[in-house]
Design a protein. Structure first.
Lengths: 565, 201
């Protein structure tokens, strides 16, 4: 049967990019359908309004939103549409997806993350399982990501370091701020071991991309130099250059249609100004980010899939993951330092690149040996308006006039705030899942995703243990007004799970190759596959796994084509 | 920022309350905005007996907004105020910007008319003719109601945007706000062709 393309990928972020790159390079025809626009380097500026106040890289919530279910004090689940609450669960709808706006903290998972159940045993109220693959299966792909996406760092022995097949990173570390050395010293004096954090940011020009230009504005901004390893800059541009990959922006897939045999018959999407379009392909890959991937499968009912595509075992949407933990901060007061010290603190541009990785597993007096997490250090986000906005409230009263001006002078001119963020496992549980909302629809009249965001109480306990360590380090550095908060609210930009992979169709959506158990030519290549999330940001692992899945798809399609470059 | 946090409610009084009241806080703000846009002054001040504005003779909101902005960010010899950062021009851009909720844009204009009505009622004068102390008293008075506080907070937010966003949007003239606060902006900055309304979104 003739097909329009060998492979159709829905979504162009970190899950989609490696598939497009690998398949196009291997000689296959690839179509990428992306809901958002195709913005390029020249469109990205350091514009706080665009990125963070008008949210122009994500849909208007009146047009497309989510419904979030949170538990209230009476332990009842309360649903609120994000159009009402303003709690935005979109993370970057444009070619390259949210990888355009990441900070690029690229930690690998560790071998223990693949075996949480067998290492630590079960946890009541949590659906912890071992992965169907080992660290060794993913390691070559982490290595591939370091080379192809471009990761800058320095491999140095650390008690908790994961094994590597290459001796070092392909690019030296990005330029670092003087505070980084002070963090090293403070950590050492506390008996901690600061780790140099690998970044998906080029420290040298390579692969037709420029080096980082150190503007001091990275996370939440699109990269104007091409140094940040977004799926767009690092992979899709190269895929398109093969002549075998087509990207269609403004293409919102609303259904994957299946026939009476349960085979995919078409991928149906709304094209800007063209109405409904259909394509077909030998293989379909879904990579819309965890929540939207589950939503699309659930919405794609067919004769053999009355409850959603690949959902005959009622697993799609379950065990959604976020990242548990929290954040802390301390102010480095200029008054505590001499002129040179102040000049050093005020330097803008270089990265902090430091994390504490001493408690990836830890012993808790009550819980025993458990999974812990990491603590990442970074300067307070440079956005100015948000900082000023915090200054307008004092003890619940608005401040304006000269008192506000004096306050702004103090807040902007007398210190610099160093933050830390804690990352620990969001335990999979029955109260964290994606379903279709019965009432709210998007602008194409499709039901929106309803997301229940329940967290396991152990997450907060571990997060608090780690945050206390982060506070200790900030105090050792001489920071003032040190505080931290750890709560149950999920960070919407750190999502995974919903279509976990596993060996049994009764308990998982995907097989070990991330092919759906129920449809042979349907794959999921974003973070949805993860049954447990690990304690680091997800993008590196999503990239690595997607490269692994890409190799399986090449094999399923008969191997590399002889005519490919 | 690696983890994106849950937004804090615009009503800072509710900011540190538990989950369910955070949710109610946001919902009620939204309801206030919508109801307020419908035009009920009682909502803004929770007061009785205020005369309705004459619909055939609508008050020009811009001089009232200008006076409010200058009161909230006064000019001083060593530091810029609303006038120097062109906050009024910036607010005109905001009120014309389809990216911002229509309700919020209406609310900004409507709130200034209510403020003026209250000025007439309390002092017999329009808001713009009041001295510093009377303006301060009146503005403090309106923040005692949730809708009035929302209005003042909203105006203040856009005023701070005018102070600290890229000059291409009409405020922060030549980066005067950044220089005052010794703030180092990023690069490249938006300019003609890359302001968000001009992007191929």
């Amino acid at each position: 049967m003739s097909r329009d393309f060998d492979v159709c990928i829905i979504g162009s972020g970190a899950g989609g990019g490696p598939i497009a790159y690998t398949l196009a390079k291997a000689g296959f025809s690839v179509l990428v359908l992306e809901k958002g626009p195709w913005l390029k380097e020249q469109h990205f500026t350091k514009d706080e309004l665009a990125c963070c106040r008008r949210n122009v890289y994500t849909p208007r919530l009146d047009d497309e939103q989510h419904v979030i279910e949170e538990e209230d004090k009476a332990e009842e689940w309360q649903a609120t549409a994000t159009g009402q609450s303003g709690w935005n669960f979109w993370n970057g709808n444009c070619v390259g997806g949210s990888s355009n706006f990441m900070s690029g903290y690229f930690h690998r998972l560790k071998p223990v993350d693949f075996k949480l159940k067998s290492t630590f045993g079960g946890i009541e109220g949590a659906n912890v399982v071992d992965w169907p693959i080992d660290y060794a299966d993913l390691e070559p792909y982490y290595d591939r990501v370091e080379r192809l996406v471009g990761v800058s760092g320095e491999a140095k022995a650390h008690a908790n370091s994961e094994p590597r097949s290459s001796s070092d990173f392909p690019y030296p570390p990005t330029v670092e701020h003087p505070i980084s050395r002070r963090i090293d010293a403070a950590a050492e004096s506390l008996g901690y071991h600061a780790l140099r954090v690998p970044r998906a940011i080029l420290s040298q020009p390579a692969m037709n991309r420029r080096s980082c230009e150190y503007s001091g504005f990275c996370g939440s901004f699109g990269c104007s130099s091409g140094a940040k390893g977004s799926s767009r800059a690092a992979l899709l541009d190269h895929a398109v250059a093969t002549g075998r990959c087509e990207i269609r922006p403004h293409a919102k897939v609303f259904r994957i249609s299946t026939d009476s045999k349960g085979q995919i018959s078409s991928i149906d999407y709304f094209a800007q100004d063209k109405g409904v379009q259909r394509v077909d392909a030998r293989v379909c890959v879904v990579a819309c980010q965890a929540i939207e991937t589950s939503r699309l499968l659930l919405a794609s009912v067919g004769p053999r899939f009355p409850d959603g595509l690949a959902n005959n075992h009622a697993q799609v949407g379950r065990n959604l993951l976020f990242s548990a933990g929290g954040a802390g901060s301390g102010d480095m007061d200029f008054a505590d330092r001499d002129e040179a010290g102040v000049a050093e603190l005020r330097r803008v541009g270089p990265f902090v690149n430091r994390a504490l990785d001493d408690w990836y597993t830890l012993s808790d007096p009550e819980l025993g040996r458990v999974k812990g997490g990491i603590i990442e250090f970074l300067w307070d986000h440079p956005n100015a308006v948000v900082r000023a906005e915090n200054a307008k409230w004092r003890d619940g009263e608005l401040v304006w006039g000269k008192p506000l001006k004096r306050r702004l002078e103090t807040w902007f001119r007398t210190d610099r705030t160093l933050n830390f963020e804690v990352f620990n496992d969001w335990l999979p549980n029955d109260n964290c899942f994606v379903a279709l909302d019965r009432q709210v629809r998007d602008r194409w009249d499709s039901p929106v995703a309803k997301v229940r965001v329940g967290a396991h109480p152990q997450d907060q306990r571990i997060g608090r243990l780690l945050a206390d360590k982060g506070e200790r380090l900030l105090k050792k550095l001489g920071a003032r007004r040190v505080s931290s908060s750890v709560g149950p609210a999920p960070p919407p930009n750190l999502q995974a799970g919903g279509c976990r992979f596993g060996d049994q169709a009764e308990h998982s959506v995907l097989d070990a190759d991330c092919r759906t158990h129920e449809v042979e030519n349907l794959f999921v290549s974003d973070g949805s596959f993860m049954p447990t999330g690990g304690s680091v940001p997800y993008t590196f692992t999503i990239y690595a796994n997607s490269f692994r899945v890409a190799d399986r798809i090449v094999a399923q399609l008969g191997g590399r084509r002889a005519d490919s470059a | 920022m690696i983890r994106r946090a849950k937004p804090v409610t615009p009503d800072a009084k509710a900011a540190n309350r538990p989950l369910d009241s955070w949710r109610r806080g946001l919902l009620s703000r939204r309801r206030f905005l919508i109801a307020a846009a419908g035009g009920s002054i009682a909502l803004l001040f929770a007061k009785q007996g205020v005369a309705k504005a004459d619909p055939d003779d609508p008050v020009d909101p811009w001089p009232i907004l200008e006076a409010t902005l200058e009161h909230m960010l006064p000019s001083e010899p060593e530091s810029p105020g609303a006038a120097e950062i062109h906050a009024l021009d910036y607010l005109r851009f905001v009120v014309a910007d389809p990216r911002i909720d229509a309700e919020e844009r209406t609310f900004i204009l409507q709130g200034s008319r209510w403020l003026d009505e209250l000025a007439h009622e309390r002092t017999g004068k329009p808001f713009i003719e009041l001295g510093f102390d009377d303006k301060e008293t009146l503005l403090r008075q309106i923040t005692r109601s949730a809708a009035g506080e929302n209005w003042a907070s909203t105006v203040l937010s856009y005023l701070l945007e005018a102070l600290l966003t890229a000059p291409a949007y009409g405020g922060n003239t030549d980066g005067i706000g950044w220089r005052w606060l010794e703030y180092v902006p990023g690069f490249p900055l938006p300019g003609p062709g890359t302001r968000y309304a001009e992007l191929p979104l």
